[in-house]
Structure formats: C-alpha cells, structure tokens
Design a protein around this ligand. Structure first.
Ligand code: PT1
Length: 290
C-alpha cells in the first residue's frame, strides 16, 4: 500500500476536522475579496449585494469554505485601518452567514477583526502574518477556531523587491513549525492549525515553483496544507497570460498542489477547481487501493 497524501490528514473517508468544522478534502476555499483594490477582482464584490451573490455562486459551485478578506495583501498593497477593515468585512460575514451555511474563513491579521468575525459566525482565521501581529496569537487561542498560518517574507508593500533564501523549502518549513509552536504555547489547539507556504509572498517565481514541487515536505507536524495559487503572477510568468486569462493555469497548479499533498486550495474559479480536484482525488484514491 502506497502512502496516501490524505492518510495523515483526515480519516479514511477524507474528512478533515478542524474543531467544529468538517470539510471533505481536497477542498476548495472560494475567495471573496471585499476590497476596492484586490489584484484580480478588486472592487467587484465590495458591496453587500454583489458579495452575497458571489458567495451564493461559490457555495453552489462546491466551495467547502468561503474566505472573506477586507485588506488586499497582493504585492505592493497598502494596509488598511482596523476600523476600515471591520466596516468592510463584518457586514459581509453576517450577510453570508445568513444566506448560506458554508463555513466562513476571515482573511485578516488583526485581532479585533478576528474576534468580531468569529462573533459574526466565521469558523476560521486565515492569517497571512501567521499570528505575528500584536495580540493575534492570544486572540486565536481565546477563540479556538481553525487557523491558517501562512509564510511571508517581508510585508506586502515591499515583499517582492528582493526575496532571498538559502533553502526556501527548509526556511518556510522551519518558520511554519515555529509559528505552530507559538500558537500552541499560547493555548491554541494544534488540531485547529493549517499551514500555507504563502505562494507569491516574498518569493520569486523560482521559489514558488520549488515550494510547489516540494509541498509534501511542508506538511509540518502532519498538519494539513492550504495553498493559494489562483491567478498569481508566477502563473502569468509561466504562461504569459494576463490576470483574467489565468484560470487554466490556476486549475493546473491546484491539481499539482493536491497531487503533492495539499488538502485545501484557495481559488477564484470555484467550479473549474472543484471539478479538477474531483478527478485528482479519484486518481489518488485508486492509487491508494493497489
Ligand atoms: C494565500 C493567499 C491568502 N493569497 C492564504 N491567504 C492572497 N492563506 C491572499 C501574485 O504574485 O496564498 N494563502 N490571502 C493573495 N496574495 C497574492 C500574492 C496575490 C501574490 C497575488 C500574488 O500575483
């Protein structure tokens, strides 16, 4: 029997339990940016009506989670104030919660946004700063919800200026391990943690490809891996396509990630990604039974 990429992530049926949340993996996390300046869909979903419609579409297309973000973290992005982020995110979390029962993740690094989003019904915190901002690790420990710890070198405004690593896979892995330790030391249940190598966050295109091809090594402490590759510039570099033409490349990258052991894929194009991952999973399961 070959080692299955799912075996240490869930039970035999591929169910991943993160606290009260249960998702069948590989799962697609649909992206809902409620920002005026996101890299691929900025300004499209920043009013409650369009945001809700997009959430309903993604739920219908098979998203296992909806990731709501009010601060763009794409390369070059500026940060927003706590109040601005609360004003953008909380009404959308409440509204989405009221119309569909897909679990909600909140893409934030700010403790106040984490607290209010969870109070409004979010089941997961997706933090690109891996709980390093003041008060974040304490907030997560207090809330005891699922948390995604992501690796980033630098900060969004300047992270792509000169990313440098001696060994990117090893360095990202050690960082994630250290962040798991901090979170657990603060009192967060380890079973709630998901890790993410942070594609495009202070990485050259070669760094990103190296991470993708060695993803298996990043299942630090056996924790499930989430990847966000959707429409990112590395895919543009490889295919010479503009942002709105990167869906096929994004789907291909999602398939590769799951073949390499990823459990969750953050994606804009939910329907296409869900279909592709059903095929991927069917092949992985067939490989398991021989
Ligand atoms: C991600 C992610 C995220 N990505 C998690 N959250 C973004 N957990 C926002 C580019 O190179 O991968 N994991 N939240 C979006 N960030 C980027 C980064 C968008 C790079 C675009 C690029 O084009």
């Amino acid at each position: 029997m070959r080692a299955s990429p799912l075996r240490c992530q869930g039970d035999a049926s591929g169910l991943l339990r993160l606290g009260s949340m249960e998702v069948r993996v590989p799962a697609v996390m649909g992206i809902l940016n409620v920002t005026p300046d996101s890299f691929s869909d900025g300004g499209q979903f920043d009013n409650p009506h369009t945001a809700l419609r997009q959430a309903a579409i993604m739920a219908e297309e098979g998203a296992a989670l909806i990731d709501i973000g009010g601060e763009s973290t794409r390369p070059g992005a500026d940060s927003v104030s706590e109040q601005e982020e609360l004003d953008r995110v909380i009404p959308i979390v409440e509204a989405v919660r009221n119309v569909c029962d897909v679990p909600i993740s909140v893409d934030t690094s700010k403790p106040a946004v984490m607290r209010e989003a969870v109070a409004a019904g979010a089941s997961m915190i997706n933090d690109v700063y891996a709980l390093q901002l003041d008060g974040a690790v304490e907030a997560a420990a207090e809330l005891q919800v699922a948390v995604c710890l992501m690796h980033m070198q630098g900060e969004p405004r300047s992270m792509q200026q000169e990313p440098r690593y001696d060994d990117v896979v090893q360095e990202v892995g050690s960082f994630l391990e250290a962040r798991i330790d901090s979170a657990v030391a603060a009192g967060l249940d380890e079973d709630l943690i998901v890790v993410d190598p942070g594609f495009g966050f202070g990485k050259t295109h070669l760094h990103n490809i190296e991470l993708l091809s060695n993803l298996r090594q990043l299942r630090v402490r056996g924790r499930p891996v989430l990847v966000g590759v959707s429409r990112k510039s590395t895919l543009g570099e490889i295919t010479d396509r503009k942002i709105d033409e990167r869906m096929p490349a994004s789907v291909a990258a999602a398939v590769v990630a799951v073949m390499q052991g990823a459990s969750l894929v953050r994606a804009h194009d939910v329907r296409a990604t869900v279909d592709a991952l059903k095929v991927t999973q069917a092949v992985l399961e067939a490989g398991e039974s021989v």
